[in-house]
Design a protein around this ligand. Structure first.
Ligand SMILES: N[C@@H](CCC(=O)N[C@@H](CS)C(=O)NCC(=O)O)C(=O)O
Length: 307
């Protein structure tokens, strides 16, 4: 089986969601560290323009967005499941809320000046300025909450989550962990990275105990690789994931298309459509270094347009 290569960086909350899921599943994977800010030439060689973190590479198949990465990991290693039957679908809805509402509240709250000082401790001041400029460009057009807005929002969200655990259940959806636990955990993990502001978690003892349980899954068996090796692997293996474009979805096989995130970091990926379903978009592109690639996106949250 071609190995899993996770392109990520240590301080990325969405990457932590996937690292914990790899631990939950007991999987072995290769770690490729990507730059925290643009430029990211080796990332773009593989994705064709998508700059968000993380993405998963399996040979010449590139999977963007953690919602899709969860589905791919689940298909590869079904047990223990991220979507246990007793959660009855609610785990996906909770995970989507956590990836959007909870994440932005937690990130904005944590990156207020006192928290940012801890997150960027040891980094040169130029890096902080470059990070702020990079993220401002990436989120241009969307209003970010102020520190006070974010604190108020996060307080409410933490109390909602804590209340879910009131009956003593070990995980958010009951006895079994699900994708919801990992999607929520990434935000709690990020707040905890900044001790000067992490006191907001203290009143929520059940949530703290739950977080320790999720964190105990660990990160699986992690090997170390690099972007050059990843690009060579893509070129030698090529895409293997089955794809098709059934009739009736409004697009034709081979049509030239553009795919971009509909919320932020909207940099487009252009290519020929090779796969489409209710859940997934797959685009074929050729990179001069990485060769023939299929870049896959979730259908939800991405705009697909004919060029
Ligand atoms: N919906 C995306 C969001 C990913 C995301 O926003 N990741 C952050 C890092 S945690 C990011 O891409 N930041 C900009 C960057 O890394 O270039 C997902 O689920 O993968």
């Amino acid at each position: 089986m071609t190995e899993l290569m996770l392109h990520h960086y240590a301080g990325s909350p969405f990457s932590e969601k996937i690292r914990l899921i790899l631990g939950f599943k007991g999987l072995a994977w290769q770690s490729v560290t990507v730059p925290v800010i643009c430029p990211k030439p080796d990332v773009l060689a593989l994705t064709g323009g998508y700059r968000r973190t993380p993405f998963l590479q399996i040979g010449g198949d590139i999977f963007c967005d953690t919602a899709l990465i969860c589905e791919v990991i689940e298909a590869r290693q079904p047990a223990p499941s991220l979507f246990p039957p007793q959660s009855a679908g609610a785990e996906r809805i909770l995970a989507q809320w956590a990836d959007r509402s909870l994440f932005w509240a937690a990130a904005s709250y944590t990156l207020q000046p006192a928290g940012a000082a801890a997150i960027f401790a040891g980094a040169p001041p130029e890096f902080r300025a470059a990070f702020a400029a990079d993220r401002a460009l990436m989120t241009a057009g969307s209003e970010r909450p102020s520190g006070l807005d974010a604190a108020a929002e996060l307080q409410s969200y933490l109390s909602w989550l804590d209340a879910m655990l009131l009956d003593g259940r070990p995980f958010l959806q009951g006895c079994a962990a699900s994708v919801a636990d990992f999607a929520v955990a990434q935000s709690i993990w990020f707040v905890r990275l900044a001790p000067p502001v992490a006191g907001i978690l203290e009143p929520f003892e059940r949530l703290t105990a739950w977080f320790e349980r999720v964190a105990a899954f660990g990160h699986g068996q992690r090997g170390k690789s690099d972007s050059q090796t990843a690009i060579e692997l893509a070129r030698s293996v090529g895409p293997q994931e089955p794809v098709s474009v059934p009739a009736g979805l409004g697009f034709e096989l081979g049509e030239k298309v553009r795919v971009s995130a509909s919320d932020y970091a909207r940099d487009p990926v252009c290519g020929e459509l090779v796969g489409l379903s209710q859940g997934r978009i797959s685009v074929r592109r050729v990179d001069e270094r990485a060769g023939l690639l299929h870049v896959h996106f979730p259908r939800i949250g991405y705009a697909l347009r004919k060029i």
